[in-house]
Design a protein around this ligand. Structure first.
Ligand SMILES: [Fe+2]
Length: 242
């Protein structure tokens, strides 16, 4: 097989894989398909779009201020969406031209911005006005089984969030193969995760997420989350994957 034939073969294989992936995605239930994250992964040539906030910019006051929410969503999250589209576009160009000289750069950009887009999309949905409280149903039982109690879970999650080195996240994630919940620190948007875990609840501890209101008091920002946690959203995600 010469190079041209190989490239044609690779393009055909990628299309077949994409069609199979879409067929699997479309076989999910209606609720899964309504998830903006799933909707965003609709096809080979589809551009990712910044999902709209599920509430008004000022809806999370006083715990999360309007100015930060506006900047965080409209500028920072938007930049990750743009960065992901750019990386995907440049990788497509590289496949077309056969020039992979910048492959390392664009693969890193794809992971960073793609994860940034994904985590922020979850983050907005994980919060709601006048929320907080405690989880219920199957998620509550699993938290008790894996962390001893909700209070122990909360303490570990907060401690992990405060202690993330530099910019990053903390997540409550489900590992389907091991049927277990984990709290993981995530550096940048994508480092330190166990492959295959499914984030259910995420908290952004990049300084851009809280500095205007909380300055260097990251622990106060982490405390504020517990007044905004949209447990029904987290429970729905768990029920969909457990
Ligand atoms: Fe962020």
């Amino acid at each position: 097989m010469n190079r041209r034939e190989f490239l044609q073969y690779a393009a055909a294989a990628a299309l077949a894989l994409s069609a199979a992936t879409n067929a699997i995605a479309q076989s999910g239930n209606a609720e899964t398909r309504q998830n903006p994250i799933d909707k965003d992964n609709g096809g080979t040539n589809m551009k990712h779009e910044l999902p709209a906030l599920p509430y008004a910019y000022n809806a999370l006051e006083p715990h999360y201020d309007e100015q930060t929410v506006r900047l965080h969503h409209d500028k920072h999250h938007a930049a990750y969406v743009a960065g992901q589209n750019k990386a995907e576009e440049m990788l497509e160009e590289a496949r077309k031209s056969g020039d992979f000289a910048l492959i390392q750069h664009w693969e890193k950009q794809l992971a960073f911005h793609g994860a940034g887009n994904y985590m922020h999309t979850l983050f907005w949905q994980n919060m709601a006005p006048n929320a907080g409280g405690v989880p219920s149903g199957a998620l509550a039982k699993q938290i008790e089984a894996d962390f001893g109690s909700f209070e122990s879970f909360k303490k570990q999650f907060s401690a992990a969030a405060v202690a993330v080195e530099g910019s990053g996240w903390v997540t409550l994630a489900w590992k389907p193969e091991w049927k277990k919940l984990y709290i993981l620190q995530v550096e940048n948007h994508q480092k330190l995760v166990i492959p295959g875990v499914l984030p259910l609840l995420v908290l952004d501890v990049w300084e851009h997420a809280y500095y205007l209101k909380y300055q260097n008091r990251r622990a106060d920002w982490v405390d504020a989350l517990w007044n905004l946690t949209n447990w029904p959203d987290v429970e729905k995600r768990f029920d969909g994957v457990k």
